[in-house]
Write a protein that binds this ligand. Structure first.
Ligand code: PLP
Length: 448
């Protein structure tokens, strides 16, 4: 066994991780996790930590599910890989069929990718291809929202409206247009329906300015997860879809975070947010993070317009070596079986209100300016001065400080500047929620 010091020095020397603080590269490393079980992970010293963010919003069924390990091993022994260009495999076919059954509307054509970024990238490339095949090459503009996050490829990072993802990258993309974040907190004087109308008006004006013949797609998360769990006012998505339909604009719902139970449904678009989009992207929860997989489900109507004789000889020249990877698809099928057998969606619908009301109790504490969420995802927004209009540089350090104290007490929090996001594994129980809230409370009180 290698010693802790040995791991630390090798990590400092050779490991380069996402969002690395370059000033500290080579001098600092991250906590090393070694083991897990249920909603907990264990660090290098065997210390138990409650996994508040479920990894990266993904470990829905919890850790150490033996059936997952067995399904992965069995598929790796049977067929560990096949080229998706020349062949296919049974798990990919079965998973496409299953996802088509679970998606709303006629979103029945499923393309597999390697994760969320490649799912959104493929969805955008599909729309580009679609408009070119239809002979309207000018219809290319992509409308996205400030505070959105869609991934880390060049195209999806450019679609992400959070400046932190942009610094020192050449991110500009002339096809991309931003509109306002649907954040009710930024519009305290407006009712929900007034805000929907104001945002819809801005969307219509943007389309009119660009010319509808130039606008291809509206890309939106149902709730803006990495932007701080921003929940648009009721009716927002349906109103935007109606505008899209009027202008022949494709509506892509990025469900990389919300799909597979986070809001108590397989997909949140229709049943939670009242919209049947044209394309849904998914990743993370589809395998509960046991192995990488992403994908998109596309409306049959769209596909029909550019396939068969309408295809005019074209090939959809987009794909990945690991599209429809048999081991990933086998893991996803087992993951879905576990959801069904354990009634996980019903569990989230039942325990979600308890989770949200327990978190709401923290709103009384000093520092806490807002608590908002849906199902098993919540954001606690903090401000040194609760009534201040903007976020100061000092406020931006609060999330990290709360995380630091919570970590000492055995809870991992996802800090996002002045916000803390919690999205635990869906198998969490009421008493585990109580433990989580108690630690958070102490961490917030000690930070204040
Ligand atoms: N879309 C959304 C809404 C996300 O939250 C994320 C990641 O958090 C992505 C896309 C990118 O997914 P991935 O990191 O799997 O590439």
């Amino acid at each position: 066994m290698r010693s802790t010091e040995d791991y630390v020095s090798a990590a400092k020397r050779n490991l380069f991780v996402p969002a690395a603080n370059m000033e500290k590269l080579g001098t600092e490393t991250l906590p090393r996790l070694e083991n897990s079980g249920g909603i907990y992970v264990y660090d290098e010293d065997g210390r138990r930590l409650m996994d508040g963010p479920a990894g990266m919003w993904c470990t829905q069924i919890g850790y150490q599910r033996k059936e997952m390990a067995e399904a992965i091993a069995a598929q790796a022994m049977a067929l560990s890989y096949n080229s998706p260009w020349y062949t296919t495999n049974s798990p990919a076919i079965e998973l496409a069929e299953k996802i088509a059954e679970l998606t709303p509307g006629d979103l029945n054509r499923v393309f597999f990718t390697t994760g969320g970024s490649t799912a959104v990238d493929t969805a955008l490339r599909f729309v580009e291809f679609y408009n070119n095949v239809l002979g309207r090459p000018a219809k290319k503009k992509i409308i996205v929202r400030k505070d959105g996050y869609h991934g880390s490829t060049s195209l999806t990072a450019a679609c992400s409206g959070r400046e932190g993802n942009w610094k020192n990258f050449d991110i500009a993309n002339e096809k991309i247009e931003f509109i306002s974040s649907p954040n009710p907190r930024l519009h305290p004087g407006l009712s929900g329906s007034e805000l929907v109308e104001q945002l819809a008006g801005e969307f219509e004006s943007k389309i009119a300015d660009l010319g509808p013949e130039n606008v291809a797609v509206f890309l939106a998360e149902p709730l803006l997860a990495s932007g701080g769990v921003i929940i648009p006012p009721s009716g927002y998505h349906a109103r935007f879809k109606e505008i899209c339909d009027r202008h022949d604009i494709i509506y892509i719902s990025d469900e990389v975070v919300t799909a597979f139970g986070r809001c108590g449904e397989w997909f949140a678009s229709e049943k939670v947010f009242g919209v049947v989009p044209d394309i849904i992207t998914f990743a993370k929860g589809v395998t509960s993070g046991y192995i990488p997989l992403g994908g998109l489900a596309i409306s049959e109507k769209l596909v029909a317009r550019i396939s068969g004789k309408e295809a005019k000889g074209s090939f959809f020249g987009n794909g990945y070596t690991y599209s429809g990877h048999p081991v990933s698809c086998a893991a996803a099928l087992t993951n879905i079986e576990i959801f069904e057998r354990d009634g996980l969606l019903a569990h989230v619908r039942e325990i979600g209100p308890y989770f949200q009301s327990s978190m709401q109790a923290l709103a009384q504490l000093p520092l806490v300016a807002d608590v908002r969420g849906n199902g098993l995802v919540v954001c606690i927004e903090c401000l040194a001065d609760k009534n201040a209009a903007g976020v100061t540089d000092l406020d931006k350090k609060i999330g990290a400080r709360i995380d630091e104290i919570a970590f000492e007490q055995g809870l991992i929090v996802r800090p996002l500047g002045n916000m803390c996001v919690l999205s635990p594994p869906l198998v969490i129980t009421k008493s585990e929620i109580d433990d989580m809230v108690a630690i958070l409370k102490e961490a917030i009180v000690r930070t204040a």
